[in-house]
Design a protein around this ligand. Sequence first.
Ligand code: ADP
Length: 169
Amino acid sequence: MNINARIEIIRGDITRLDVEAIVNAANTSLLGGGGVDGAIHRAAGPELLAECRTLKGCPTGEARITRGYNLPAKHVIHTVEPVWLGGRKNEDILLANCYRNSLELASRNRINSIAFPAISCGAYRFPLERAIRIAAREAQEFLKFHDFPQRIIFACLDDKTYQEYLKAI
Ligand code: ADP
């Protein structure tokens, strides 16, 4: 099967998606923040924060799984995104790790569908085109060798991000 047939690019709010897991672009504390992180915690409700507290943080590039509580998604996979510091601080590798480790967790939990936001592309200022190319490459590579997740969805809040995904995939 064509790998790209298992990838969807959609416009919209990731917290509204009826998928098995959504990915949260979190910080090392895993205790919430602004942007997509804040939106996910607001939509999931306070039980999500309570479960996150038990995890005692997470290093950049790694991922942890929790339940989704009030979200339509059954699970949240929290990955700690790198801050863009000019490109010489392993940002590319750390961002690729975010995608790979999130997909690895999804695969191990036999999750069918997983949605990603554009990790690091907001307040963390990763150059958009560069970040999206990494996301697309990691998704395609992973799908080649894994049956789960069956579907990867890239959720884009704005048109510019949406257009970058269309170019990359
Ligand atoms: P960063 O990941 O750099 O810390 P943000 O969390 O602000 O910054 O944003 C990451 C990406 O997620 C940005 O492209 C932003 O537009 C997008 N985003 C923010 N809120 C949502 C949401 N509710 N659904 C989908 N994407 C979102």
